[in-house]
Design a protein around this ligand. Structure first.
Ligand code: AMP
Length: 147
C-alpha cells in the first residue's frame, strides 16, 4: 500500500459519515499522514457570497444555520484531533471545492463516501463521481452501508 502524507476527509454530515471518518482516521494513523477535513456548504442560503468563499470555522456569525454547520465541522475536527487550520468550510459546489482544496494543499489521498446526501439511491453519488473523475490524486470511495 502506498504511504500517504496528506489525507483530505470530505464529510457531508449524513448519518453514514461515521464510517468514512473511522476509515480516514485509521489510514492516517497507519501511514502517519496529516489529516485535513472539508465540508462544502451547499445546502444553506448564502446570498451575495461567491462560490469558493472560505468561511473560517472559528469565527462567530449571526446566522444560526451557518453556526450549526461550523459546530458540526468543529466537533468532527475535535474528535479526530485535526488542527483548526486544516478544517475547511467553503461555500460552493462540493466536487469542485474538494478537488480545489486537495490540489492547493498537496493532498495525496481524498476520502469520500460512495454515496451521501446527493446519491442516496446510487452506488456512486454525484460528488464521489466528480471527485474520482477530476482529481489528480488517489481517491478512496468508502462503500457505505445504509443499515
Ligand atoms: P454524494 O456523491 O454527493 O452522494 O456524496 C458522496 C460523498 O461525497 C459523501 O459521503 C462525502 O464524503 C462527500 N460529500 C458529498 N457532499 C459533500 C459536501 N457538501 N461537503 C463535503 N463532502 C461531501
Amino acid at each position: 500500500m502506498p504511504v500517504y502524507h496528506h489525507i483530505l476527509l470530505a464529510v457531508d454530515f449524513s448519518p453514514q459519515d461515521n464510517q468514512i471518518i473511522q476509515r480516514a482516521r485509521n489510514l492516517s494513523l497507519q501511514s502517519g499522514a496529516r489529516l485535513s477535513l472539508i465540508h462544502v456548504l451547499d445546502n444553506i442560503p448564502m446570498p451575495d457570497t461567491p462560490y469558493g468563499t472560505i468561511i473560517p470555522p472559528d469565527t462567530k456569525t449571526d446566522d444560526a444555520m451557518l453556526e450549526a454547520e461550523k459546530q458540526k465541522l468543529n466537533q468532527t475536527g475535535d474528535t479526530l484531533g485535526i488542527d483548526p487550520a486544516c478544517r475547511w468550510l467553503i461555500w460552493g459546489e462540493p466536487g469542485e471545492e474538494i478537488i480545489r482544496v486537495a490540489g492547493q494543499e498537496n493532498v495525496d489521498l481524498i476520502v469520500v463516501g460512495s454515496h451521501g446526501r446527493h446519491g442516496l439511491a446510487l452506488l456512486l453519488g454525484s460528488t464521489a463521481n466528480s471527485v474520482l473523475h477530476h482529481t489528480k490524486c488517489d481517491v478512496l470511495a468508502v462503500r457505505l452501508r445504509d443499515d
